[in-house]
Design a protein. Structure first.
Length: 258
């Protein structure tokens, strides 16, 4: 439908899961994309499968925790697809542990990827957005940003902070035409969730329990999250700023499962 025609979007964690689904959905809506992922081989493979011309699809292997690498990637994106006018901060990592069993390395890894990495990307693209008179940033948060599951420390802390950054940047640059929003997925049928189920003695029972928690008896597909991302990055919500859209099938609303 061309809903993202003219958008030049920098997407992190784009080689699989939600990031890949978002990239595919944005490309289908006529956006030009520059994809980032740490897995160079997988990134090259999925970019090749998309079959888009080089003028509309560029990519580079980079670690979002490396600010210099991200600045270089943004510069490369500008030379390949044009100056970036939208950012989707999707890359993230699950770090789950009881609080007192969380090591310093786990703490640092969680915040370096889930918060500092997102800030590195915002910091790299914001000057261009401001100079162009506006643009959009979308942070992929989580329902962990406002609900707590025991033994998932420190991941919820980082996601709470990501929402705080979303609100702060959204207000800071609203008058410059920059919108900064977030979406908060709940359970999504990605490899991470499958790996989570497989960590139990009975993976099928764990999966069934997850489904039972949801009012609709199922979890989201990556494509369903991508539909929301397309909307939030498009010009269809020009007055949405510094807010978060929850996509969890109603899970976080109910007090107890049926």
């Amino acid at each position: 439908m061309g809903r993202l025609n003219g958008k030049r979007i920098f997407i992190t964690g784009a080689a699989q899961g939600i990031g890949l689904a978002i990239a595919q959905a944005c490309l289908a809506e006529d956006a030009s994309l520059f994809l980032i992922d740490r897995d160079a081989a997988l990134l090259a493979a999925v970019a090749g499968e998309m079959g888009a011309p080089a003028a509309r699809l560029g990519y580079r292997a980079a670690d979002i925790t490396d600010a210099d690498a991200i600045r270089a990637a943004v510069a490369k994106a500008g030379s390949e697809i044009g100056t970036i006018n939208a950012l989707i901060n999707n890359a993230g990592v699950n770090v789950f542990a009881p609080p007192l069993e969380t090591s310093d390395d786990e703490w640092n890894r969680c915040f370096d990827i889930n918060l500092k990495g997102a800030w590195n990307c915002c910091k790299a693209v914001l000057p261009g957005l401001i100079a162009a008179g506006g643009g959009a940033i979308l942070n992929i948060a989580s329902t962990h940003a406002f609900t707590i599951i025991p033994h998932t420390f420190p991941y919820p802390l980082a996601k709470h902070a990501l929402i705080g950054m979303t609100k702060s940047l959204g207000l800071e640059y609203a008058a410059r035409g920059v919108r900064v929003n977030a979406i908060a997925p709940g359970y999504v049928a990605t490899q991470k969730v499958i790996d989570y189920w497989n960590g139990f003695p009975d993976p099928d029972a764990a999966k069934a329990e997850t489904m039972r928690l949801h009012p609709g008896g199922r979890i989201a597909s990556p494509a369903e999250i991508a539909l929301a991302a397309v909307f939030m990055i498009s010009d269809e919500c020009p007055f949405m700023n510094a807010t978060c859209l929850t996509i969890d099938g109603g899970l976080s609303v109910q007090q107890h499962p049926a």
